[in-house]
Write a protein that binds this ligand. Structure first.
Ligand SMILES: [Zn+2]
Length: 459
């Protein structure tokens, strides 16, 4: 294995990284409230000679930690937020929540943090010996619906970084090639006139009617938009629960997605007009407020090829009989294809990057990718067939195979970064590809008036 002596740092300190991951699993915190996680991770980084900058963009749970000086300056991302409603007993093969707990790590961000910390330590060992360049671990809060990285990108936090290598828990081992969709999340608030629905309906103007008509309009819109675009909604406030009232207030949240920010902008304007149309039909008014916005992911072939080499170079974790049995038992609770049923429960090989296919999801890593060349590795921490954001994922995220593959992730990320340090021409090439892809540059979808919804720190 290339750069074995640096990556070996991860084996030496593996208990430490696994303990961080388990501690985060045991103390799940949601978007912009990840105080425990940040204390734990930054303490480890400071103890190991990293210089930590806290409170990035005024967010108490965003930080960066740098080791070394000068160029190239490369970056690693770490996430650590959990999800509401995801309480689940660890390593169980059936759905079973922990009494009194609500949150859980259904997206594997406890592993994400542990693996990225491991990578940072291995790269530190390399820089220590070579004496040039720097590595920065970016502590990114609120990936789950909070657009954490978008606030950081809006402030230019990633601008001086030559390349970022990130990863995410998945079911397969492969460099990510699929793009992600840009999106915007907008709350539409309708206001009407309250009245008794039985006694004086003619005096009322229903905000709820307007909301429903907006949804009807959006349903008709869906037939006339790009196949890759998406329009979703959730009713946040239906105006009350009394049917004998004309509802004077109603709020609906729309999420509008498209292949890039321009496509989203055009579609959003159409959705805006539908909202206006609904007010004209009902004599109501509407106001809107942007909640979050993501760019689309910019992919960089040179970084993908470099990461692919590193991933193939490092031996994959081998599941024990017990781990295989656990994986198989969990797979009984999900739907598998015939093909998947014949295979072992965990991915056993690194797949070559597939040609990019359309993907309906969005990620805030996309906003990082507009500001510096970025690559993401998919790591097979979970049994094949495990849905993200599921009890099965939470259950596995504290398991032994997930941690073994987390250590693999750390080595793969560090292996990619060390290759870049060793071959500055790769960084140059990545930057040229990036420049060409971003055209006129990054326009953050979040205007300055949109602020992160920071949770207060528990005393
Ligand atoms: Zn995630």
């Amino acid at each position: 294995m290339l750069y074995e002596k640096y990556l070996h740092v991860i084996d030496e300190k593996k208990d430490e990284f696994c303990a961080v991951s388990d501690a985060l699993w045991d103390n799940p915190e949601t978007a912009f409230g990840e105080y425990y996680a940040v204390d734990l991770i930054t303490k480890k980084l400071e103890e190991n000679g990293f210089k930590v900058t806290y409170n990035l963009s005024g967010i108490p749970t965003a930080f960066k930690a740098t080791y070394g000086e000068g160029k190239p300056s490369l970056g690693i991302l770490a996430e650590y937020d959990a999800l509401e409603g995801m309480s689940q007993v660890a390593c169980e093969t059936e759905k079973k929540s922990i009494p009194g707990k609500d949150k859980g790590h259904g997206c594997g961000h406890n592993l994400f943090a542990g693996g990225s910390l491991a990578a940072a330590f291995a790269v530190k060992a390399y820089i220590e010996e070579k004496g040039s360049g720097s590595i920065t671990l970016f502590g990114c809060p609120a990936e789950e619906g909070g657009a954490g990285k978008v606030f950081l990108a809006r402030d230019g936090v990633f601008n001086d970084i030559d390349s970022v290598v990130s990863w995410h828990p998945e079911k397969m081992y492969m460099v990510r090639t699929r793009p992600s969709l840009a999106n915007v999340v907008v709350d539409y608030t309708f206001e009407g006139i309250a009245s008794h629905a039985g006694g004086s309906p003619h005096l009322g103007r229903s905000a709820l009617d307007a909301l429903e008509l907006m949804n009807v309009g959006a349903n008709f819109l869906r037939e006339h938009m790009e196949l890759t675009s998406r329009v979703h909604y959730a009713i946040l406030d239906a105006g009350g629960n009394a049917p004998n009232m004309v509802q004077s207030h109603a709020v609906v949240r729309y999420m509008i997605r498209g292949v890039d920010s321009d496509t989203v902008k055009n579609l959003w304007e159409r959705v805006d007009r539908i909202a206006q149309g609904a007010t004209m039909m009902t004599d109501t008014t509407v106001s809107s407020q942007v909640v979050s916005a993501y760019a689309n992911l910019v992919t960089i072939p040179t970084l993908q090829a470099t990461a692919n080499e590193a991933m193939h170079d490092i031996p994959l974790p081998v599941p024990t009989e017990e781990e295989l049995a656990f994986g198989r038992a969990l797979q009984k609770t999900v739907t598998l294809t015939k093909e998947q049923e014949k295979k072992p429960p965990f991915a056993m090989e690194v797949l070559d990057p597939a040609p990019p296919v359309a993907h309906g999801g969005s990620t805030d890593t996309a906003d990082v990718s507009w500001n510096c060349p970025t690559v993401q590795l998919h790591i097979g921490n979970w049994a094949i067939g495990t849905p993200g954001h599921s009890w099965q994922a939470v259950s596995q995220c504290r398991g032994s195979y997930a941690k073994k593959s987390m250590l693999y992730a750390g080595k793969a990320v560090a292996g990619t970064l060390i290759r870049l340090f060793e071959n500055p021409e790769l960084i140059k090439k990545a930057k040229a590809e990036h420049k060409e892809k971003i055209g006129d540059g990054y326009i953050c979808g979040l205007t300055a008036d949109v602020k992160p919804v920071i949770q207060p720190k528990a005393q």
